[in-house]
Design a protein around this ligand. Structure first.
Ligand code: HXC
Length: 285
């Protein structure tokens, strides 16, 4: 009995993990596709929590808008860096620019994506390649570059990838995106194990249908398509990007310090409620 820890000792052992902060103040995160939609929402939430945010993407105007919004409402600073994640050399330059400006990097959000609805067997090789290059290859290049920097710093850090539930259940009409997102999930689980000894955690968030211009135009561009998607969501509404950002910040933060290699689904119950597609030669959304 005397070998048992006293209640005080138990409290003392656990105290490092009780009431700790979120850990964003003064840290630096790189968000790809940060100029719009979910990427912008995550960037703004990180900056509001005190982090510096390097916003990357292909369209400079949209990046500048996000950085201006960070300037108005964030307590951290923003930096816009135009870059295409499909280019590994550009990704290395992106990470170097982040380190040059803020001195270090603490995490990455793989959010950049491309998507359109097309029957799988009618996709051109270029159509397949465009989406797989952005989603899978781009996420790998960014993860590799940031993880190398984190290893060199010896600080640990957190990588979050935005995927979709069809990474595991598939979805007619988006074979390129579903295959790429499944690859990102497998990458996350593999590197979570390889990089845990360096204090680097990797997780995914899987949003359901979210009110963003990009996904709306790519996936539910007509009123009919939108109503069809809405009918599949038990919660009866689309997500607000801020709701996805909240879950994302948890996974990036110190509050999830023992959580790695996993995926948090934020979809209003959609995938659990949508188990049967039926027989179709079309590409429903
Ligand atoms: C058939 C199409 C097509 C379409 C493009 N392609 N759109 N094929 N139907 N609607 C084909 C082109 O014909 C071309 O093939 C090839 O794809 C590459 O097209 P480009 O326009 O040259 O490429 P690029 O400029 O790099 O554009 C990439 C893109 C584009 C993915 C096609 O849509 C894009 O950049 N999107 C970024 C924004 C985005 O999509 N956001 C939505 C993410 S939402 P050929 O053979 O003609 O050369 C998301 C949510 C998922 O992912 C989860 C939901 C629940």
């Amino acid at each position: 009995i005397t070998d048992q820890p006293t209640p005080d000792a138990v409290v003392s052992v656990n105290s490092a993990y009780v009431n700790r902060g979120w850990g964003f103040e003064g840290r630096t995160y790189l968000v790809t596709g940060g100029g719009s939609g979910i990427g912008r929402a995550i960037s703004l939430a990180l900056a509001a929590a005190g982090a510096h945010v390097v916003v990357a993407g292909r369209t400079p105007d949209k990046l500048d808008e996000t950085v201006a919004l960070i300037g108005k409402s964030g307590s951290g600073q923003g930096l816009a860096v135009p870059a295409d994640v499909r280019d590994p050399a550009a990704v290395d330059d992106l990470v170097a620019a982040a380190v040059e400006r803020f001195g270090r990097i603490d995490g990455l959000v793989n959010n950049a994506a491309g998507n359109f609805v097309a029957p799988g067997i009618d996709l051109s090789p270029n159509g397949w390649r465009a989406v797989v290059d952005i989603v899978l290859n781009g996420s790998y290049y960014c993860t590799r570059a940031v993880a190398r920097q984190l290893r060199a710093q010896g600080t640990g850090g957190s990588v979050l990838s935005v995927i979709a539930t069809y990474a595991w259940h598939g979805h007619p009409g988006t074979v390129h995106s579903a295959a790429a997102k499944a690859g990102v999930l497998a990458m996350t689980r593999t590197l979570a194990v390889e990089l845990a000894p360096y204090g680097i955690r990797l997780n995914c968030v899987a949003p359901g249908p979210t009110e963003t211009e990009g996904a709306g135009a790519a996936l539910w561009g007509t009123d009919e398509a939108r109503a069809g998607v809405l009918a599949t969501v038990p919660a009866g509404r689309f997500a607000d990007p801020a709701e996805v950002a909240d879950a994302s910040l948890f996974l990036l933060s110190e509050r999830s310090s023992y959580l790695t290699g996993d995926c948090l689904t934020v979809d209003g119950g959609q995938w659990l409620g949508k188990q049967v597609y039926g027989r179709t030669a079309e590409a429903p959304v």
